[in-house]
Write a protein that binds this ligand. Structure first.
Ligand code: PEP
Ligand code: MN
Length: 338
């Protein structure tokens, strides 16, 4: 249940907190108090009078819900703002391949307007015999490349034991699709103060990803972004996955976290990456994360879906133009009506 407290009754929040904390999970956000597992009959007369509204049937993922936190979450890193009125470009190779290569790719990423350099040093590969990533050396190369071009680093953490080590190099943790429900990992990044990009599992429902995000929030880390990267459907003959574009506005209605689109892992083939990227922008995503490579045929991973530098720059220019077209100045932010 969420109680929306009247402006002139805010002092009651501490009383409510004291009464329920210890026996129930209690969360407070400005004038909203969420208490798990109670109903209106558990409130005193004074508490009911202090309430502007009482919202029942709140989702279990309450901290991520717009009912609890109506305003957009905006994540601020050294070089980027993600969410709200901002549109953020993130680009880089699938894998960090060498110091020289990731430096070259950082330059390309930056030239298309990216402020975040992506690159995997620990790779979740379908086959154990495929390239697994350069590990900590890769993180060093990625960090140096991002610093050289004043960009933030986004890189995947696959294992809870790596969280502290990767934290020394990255500005944003990526939790990959395959680990979306690795609850130990989610709890581990939830205890850090580093923003997390949580990618939707290929068979995850909307509620599944919202609950996965809640694991991170439950640890105290609220800097979360959710990425739609394509889901498994009945047909993967022509595309690697099915980009669930409809999930973008649905997630934006349900949660205050920024929603990002990854057209690369959805499409799986370069020729479909650009239209899916632009559709992602048009439907209102807060940003794109795309894979780029100067020589896709020889990429260490995911070459088939990498955009070449010029393809990327052209796509990015269109993406920014579309974003501008669909954003009316001072647009009223959608609030949940109670
Ligand atoms: C990646 O970003 O390279 C990756 C492996 O992504 P996903 O977890 O979405 O498959
Ligand atoms: Mn990849």
């Amino acid at each position: 249940m969420i109680i929306v407290i009247k402006d002139n009754q805010m002092t009651i929040i501490d009383e409510i907190r004291n009464r329920f904390e210890g026996t129930h999970e209690v969360f407070v956000h400005h004038n909203r108090v969420a208490i798990q597992g109670i109903s209106e009959t558990d409130l005193t007369q004074d508490e009911k009078i202090a309430a502007d509204a009482i919202i029942d049937n709140v989702p279990a993922a309450v901290q991520g819900s717009r009912l609890f936190h109506p305003e957009d979450t905006v994540i601020t890193t050294k070089h980027s703002q993600i969410g709200g009125a901002h549109f953020t470009m993130m680009a880089g190779p699938c894998s960090v391949e060498s110091a020289e290569h990731v430096m070259k790719m950082a330059k390309v990423a930056k030239s298309g307007g990216a402020t975040i350099l992506r690159g995997g040093a620990f790779k979740p590969r379908t086959s154990p015999y495929s390239f697994q990533g350069l590990g900590e050396d890769g993180l060093k190369y990625l960090r140096a490349a991002a610093d050289a071009y004043d960009m933030d680093v986004l890189t995947e953490v696959m294992d809870q034991d790596h969280v502290d080590m990767i934290a020394r190099y990255t500005d944003i943790f990526q939790i990959g699709a395959r680990n979306m429900q690795n609850f130990s990992l989610l709890k581990a990044v939830g205890k850090t103060n580093i923003p997390v990009m949580l990618k939707r599992g290929m068979s995850a429902t909307i509620d599944d990803i919202l609950n996965a995000a809640e694991y991170i929030a439950a640890g105290g880390n609220h800097q979360i972004m959710i990425t739609e990267r394509g889901i498994r459907t009945f047909d993967n003959k022509y595309t690697r996955n099915t980009l669930d574009l409809g999930a973008v506005p649905v997630l934006q209605k349900l949660t205050h976290y920024p929603v990002i689109v990854d057209p690369s892992h959805a499409a799986g083939h370069t020729e479909f990456v650009v239209p899916e990227a632009l559709a992602g922008v048009a439907i209102g995503a807060s940003g794109l994360v795309v894979e780029i490579h100067d020589d896709p045929a020889h990429a260490f991973s995911d070459g088939a879906q990498a955009l070449k530098p010029d393809e990327y720059r052209q796509m990015a220019a269109k993406a920014f133009a579309i974003r501008q077209l669909i954003t009316t100045p001072n647009e009223e932010k959608s609030e949940v009506t109670l």
